[in-house]
Design a protein around this ligand. Structure first.
Ligand code: GAR
Length: 200
């Protein structure tokens, strides 16, 4: 069954790249990346989309900060709907989406977060875990609900924190774990092999 997905990201796009590569090597189940969309005009995620011949779209967020302005969020909804996605993947999309967006794609939005939720939600998951002094952190893919970083967890991968770790060295290992976890979750979702939050 066709399983179109749309990826939203704000930055480097290394996780979008992992998904694009997984699709190219037929390791993304039945998922097909329909578009990558960014709130940052020169984000690497957009050039990656172009490289992989996927529509790469910048949509003006209207303002800096944690949220899109309402008109911009409406524009995101409309543009994403034009691809009729089965799944919307937030891969480093550094904006908090309002309930209207989440309702528009009810039960079809997932987020990647660089900590073992429910520990260390928010914008600095890697640094917060390091500063707190936990010895194990990792990454999480979860369903998006209106409560920030608090939706039902789909899957997680752990990463051990070494005494010598800096934010950079830890981030590198978390990214490696993310690049395995996210394509794996998307592939399993596309094959109907993971429970939907409404079925739990
Ligand atoms: C990833 O580490 C992801 O977990 C994080 O942004 C990074 C994006 O990297 N997301 C959040 O912190 C969301 N709160 P990428 O642009 O290289 O994929």
């Amino acid at each position: 069954m066709a399983y179109p997905i749309v990826i939203l990201g704000s930055g480097r796009g290394s996780n979008a790249e992992a998904l694009l590569k997984a699709e190219a090597s037929k390791n993304l189940g039945t998922a097909k990346i329909a578009a990558v969309i960014s709130d940052v005009e020169d984000a690497r995620i957009l050039s990656l989309g172009q490289k992989f011949k996927v529509p790469a779209i910048y949509i003006d967020p209207g303002q800096p900060g944690a949220r899109l302005i309402q008109d911009a969020e409406d524009a995101y909804i409309e543009r994403i709907q034009s691809f009729s996605p089965q799944l919307v993947v937030l891969a480093g999309f550094m904006r908090i989406l309002r309930e209207k967006f989440i309702q528009a794609f009810a039960g079809r939005v997932i987020n990647l977060h660089p900590s073992l939720l429910p520990s260390f939600p928010g914008a600095n998951g890697i640094e917060d875990a390091l500063n707190f002094g936990v010895k194990i952190t990792g990454c999480t893919v979860h369903w998006v609900t209106p409560a920030l970083d608090a939706g039902p967890i789909i899957d997680q991968k752990e990463v051990r924190i070494e005494d010598s770790d800096t934010t950079d060295s830890l981030a590198k290992r978390i990214h490696i774990a993310e690049h395995r976890l996210l394509p794996d979750v998307v592939a399993r979702l596309s094959k109907g092999r993971l429970p939907h939050p409404n079925e739990r």
